[in-house]
Structure formats: C-alpha cells, structure tokens
Design a protein around this ligand. Structure first.
Ligand code: PEP
Ligand code: MN
Length: 349
C-alpha cells in the first residue's frame, strides 16, 4: 500500500506516518518524488487499518498497489529510476548506455585489448564473466577471482565500469568487491537466496530474464532485490525459449515497452544471448533501442574465433563500432542520446 502525502506535508508529518506504519508491524519506505512524496508500506497481508493512516496529518490518500510486485511497480514510483555509476554513467535516463565485452574473461591480454577497443568505440561499461554458469559442466567455467582481478585492472586502465556475474550467494561478496554492477544470469533469475544476497550487497544489480520466465515472474524476481533495500536494479531482456531453432533464443522486444509501462526500473537488451548468432546481433540491437531499451549489453571479442565461450555470437570490434554509429542515429530519432564516451571533452562555452 502507498500512503500518498499532501504536497505541503511537513517532514514531521512524513516521519509520523513512518512511525505509525512501523507501530502496526510493517515496513515503511519513504519515496520522495518531484510530484509527491509517498510512504510505501511493505509486508502487509491485506488487512491494514487504512483509516488510521488516512486520518493522519499531511496524508492525502492511501492507495492499494494492485500488482503482485510492489516496489518495482510504476504504481509505487512514477518516475524512472536512475542508476549512477562511479565513472559517471547514468542508466535509465535519456542516454542510451553501451555495455560490451567478451562473454568470459580469458586472459589479461584479451580483457585489456577488449577494454581499450570498446572504450574507443563508445562503451562505458565492460562486461566479462569471471564465474560462468555453463550449461555443460565440461565447458570453460571462468577464471574465478583471477578474472575479477583482471577486470579491475581493465577498469583502472580505461575507466570503464565493470559488470560481472555472481553465480551463488557465497560468491556475492567477492564479486561486489570488484564489480560496479553484479550480474544475475538467466539461469539464476529465480535463485532466491542469491537474489537476497545481491539485494544486500550495496551494489547495482543487472538482473537477466530467465529463459522461460514470464514478465510477472521477472518483475517479482526484481522485487526480491528491492525488498532487501537495493533499488539499483537494471533489468535485462536476453531472450526466451521458443519453438523455433533458427536462433538460440527469441529476443522478446515486446517485453521492453511492457516492462517500461509496468516498472520504473531501467531495462537493457542483450541481443547476443537473445539471438546466439553474430549476424543477428546488430539488427536486433538496433531494434531494441528503437523499442525503448535504456541500453545494450553485447558480447564483443577481439578474436571471436578463439573465444572460450559464446564465440559464435560475439561481434568483431569493427561490427560493434558500426552498430554504435547506427544506434546513435536511432537514439536521436526517438529523442535520446548515446551515453557520452569516456574520453569526450565537454564542449566549451
Ligand atoms: C552471459 O551474460 O554471458 C550469460 C551467461 O548470460 P545469460 O545468463 O543471459 O545466459
Ligand atoms: Mn555469454
């Protein structure tokens, strides 16, 4: 439930509402906004005494949140959530963000070469798995902590922010030490202990849609993160299973405007896992931006033919560069901009 405060409600009145909600045995989350301040009531079982709150000073009305996910919903918060990274990248605003890198960190040379190329092409976030949740136990599982160290080295050298995956609850703290954004992979979207731990990490989380997850299940998974007090959640559409075998997955572009309507959280698209085919990544990346995605996360490898994982869907650096140019045109056509490259010098006067 949301307790909406009057425009001119004092800080004391808001505080009194928070106290009253806690006194009733529920959690209270003040939600300041440009238009209105509200206090969210969490953990209710549907039997809240509305009258007690409605009678309080400064309260305009109490609104039931109808969606099963609460804090994730647009009913809860009208304004888009913006996530600010230390290198200045803002996710969820009017700028389209470019996250790119190899599927997995393989060596110092591979990740440093990737980082330099990608920064020059306009990416501001570097992806790369150190812990890889592979379908087969015999496939390359990642370099582990050494991979995290190499990512930190690449950040130091280039200023790119780092997004990398945590695969189990016990590994979250280690990943959080190195990463700017913790990725939760599709296979783990409903790993609730992992979600809870990531929700407590204090780091932004990029949550990938499970391969058979409905949009409601996807948003409820995000709710686990917000329920732990972590509002910095980036959703990622990465394709769902379909009956067709021409592509690895079916990139569900409809999910982008649907999620935008239902939630205030940013959503990016992953056309790499969404298609599984290098030749389809660029067209679907363009389409995702046209559909309103807040950014892309794309696999790019300096030498995809030698990649230890997902080489067939990894772009050559030149393809990424070309895509960035095209996305720039699309972003402008819909009133957006591409994120400013890290080496851009602010225009004078
Ligand atoms: C990845 O990002 O490399 C990955 C494993 O993605 P997903 O969880 O979407 O399959
Ligand atoms: Mn991959």
């Amino acid at each position: 439930m949301l307790v909406v405060m009057k425009h001119n409600a004092s800080a004391e009145a808001i505080e009194a509402v928070v106290d009253a909600i806690q006194d009733m045995g529920y959690g209270a989350r003040p939600i300041p906004g440009g238009q209105r301040t509200a206090v969210g009531l969490i953990g209710n079982d549907g039997r809240v005494d509305k009258a007690r709150l409605e009678g309080m000073e400064g309260v305009l009305e109490c609104i039931a949140v109808t969606q099963p996910y609460k804090q994730v919903s647009r009913e809860w918060r009208e304004e888009d959530t913006l996530i600010r990274l230390d290198n200045g990248t803002v996710i969820g605003g009017s700028d389209v963000v470019l996250m790119a890198g190899p599927c997995a960190v393989e060596s110092e040379d591979q990740i440093m070469t990737s980082a330099r190329l990608l920064r020059a092409a306009g990416a501001t976030v570097l992806r790369g798995g150190a812990f890889k949740p592979r379908t087969s136990p015999y496939s390359f599982q990642g370099l582990g902590e050494e991979g995290l160290r190499l990512l930190a080295l690449a950040r130091e050298a280039t200023g790119l922010a780092i997004v990398t995956e945590a695969v189990d609850p016990a590994g979250v703290d280690l990943v959080a030490e190195y990463a700017d954004i913790i990725q939760i992979g599709a296979r783990n979207m409903q790993n609730y202990p992992l979600l809870r731990r990531a929700g407590q990490s204090g780091k932004p989380v990029l949550l990938k849609r499970g391969m058979s997850a409905t949009i409601t299940e996807f948003l409820l998974a995000a709710e686990y993160l917000l329920a732990e007090g972590n509002g910095d959640v980036i959703l990622c559409e990465r394709g769902v299973r379909s009956f067709d075998t021409h592509t690895r997955n079916l990139l569900d572009l409809t999910a982008i405007p649907v999620v935008k309507g239902l939630s205030h959280l940013p959503i990016v698209a992953d056309p790499s896992h969404g298609t599984g085919l290098r030749s389809k990544v660029v067209p679907m990346g363009r389409a995702a931006i046209a559909a309103g995605a807040d950014g892309l996360i794309v696999e790019v490898h300096p030498d995809p033919t030698r990649a230890l994982s997902d080489g067939a869907q990894s772009l050559y650096p030149a393809q990424f560069e070309e895509m960035v140019g095209q996305i720039n045109v699309i972003a402008h056509a819909i009133g957006r901009d591409l994120v400013a490259p890290l080496d851009a010098v602010p225009a004078q006067g």
